[in-house]
Design a protein around this ligand. Sequence first.
Ligand SMILES: [Zn+2]
Length: 143
Amino acid sequence: MFEKPSVVVLDNLSEGVFAASGCWSGFVVNAQDWNGSHHVFEIHLTHSKEVEHISTACTITLLFTGVVTDVYTENNWSCTLNGNTVTLTRPSHANAYKSGDEVTYKVWAKSTDEASTKALSCSITSYDCSKQTNVQGGGADGN
Ligand SMILES: [Zn+2]
């Protein structure tokens, strides 16, 4: 009788955490202030091992501290610029069950001039997982 309510509480807590951040989580590393034209950032993303689906892409929103005039990613993945907000979609090759995939890629961003470009920093403000049901028939967990 005591065990069951405890499990329910933990489940609710986990769902709350995933709802807040999505099944992807991550952080940004400042790789290089100035490469001659752009500021270089490194995006680190990890997919939760707790959910049962295949992630086919991770879309994140990056919020920059200044205006961005040009931005691009490795392999020219989808990258939409709107003022100081950038939406990036990185296709994934995950094909494992509860894979816990880790992804690292670079983003190059430029502001109005050299000083503004060097001063840029950014953080990830949202994550969205594109997913498909795995071959074991999972993915029905709603995550
Ligand atoms: Zn996912």
